[in-house]
Design a protein around this ligand. Sequence first.
Ligand code: SAH
Length: 192
Amino acid sequence: MLFFDISPDSEFEKIEKVPGPTKEEIRALVISKTRLTNEDVVVDIGCGTGGLTVEFAKRAKKVISIDENPDAVKITRKNLENFGLENKVELIEEEGLKALDNIDDFTKLMIGGSGGNLQSIIEEGYIKLPVGGRIIITSILLETATESVETLKSLGASPEVINVNISRGEVLDRGVMMRALNPITIISARKD
Ligand code: SAH
């Protein structure tokens, strides 16, 4: 196994009704925006299938991954075991905001799901981050993106926003047919 590669989507096990894994190309960008180092302790709220959790676990000191859906916790655990990364990750089956109340020492916060608690999760997370820490939100809804930006601005942060449109080529006999993936917005900010 190449330890610092970004794993192809096909290497993840999936179960019905649990979203993810975040697509390979998007995972690469999230890792970049996280400015991840091997000193980092990452909290991943809404870990889903574990796509991002696996990438964080390859590189960070420790990861704490949270999902309120028991099936998401189950499949994330399975994927971590398949990659031999289970010892790097503490898995918590709980609503994200509640779980965050009991977590203190982390340097990076990833929000991949927030179910109505987005603003509070950003506020509490941002306050708990050390100066120089980072917060990253991936969103498929416009509303999630705008709410994230507004909340971060109100906290005095300077959010960066990118919108990512990836098409993957299907190589056919008669040519390469491009197929678009869902656009994703990635919001990120440094704690000042
Ligand atoms: N980044 C993941 C996919 C995330 S899907 C991957 O790469 O695999 C979003 C997840 O957020 C879902 O599993 C959903 O159950 C979870 N979620 C949504 N709101 C939540 C909340 N308030 N607390 C905890 N988990 C939440």
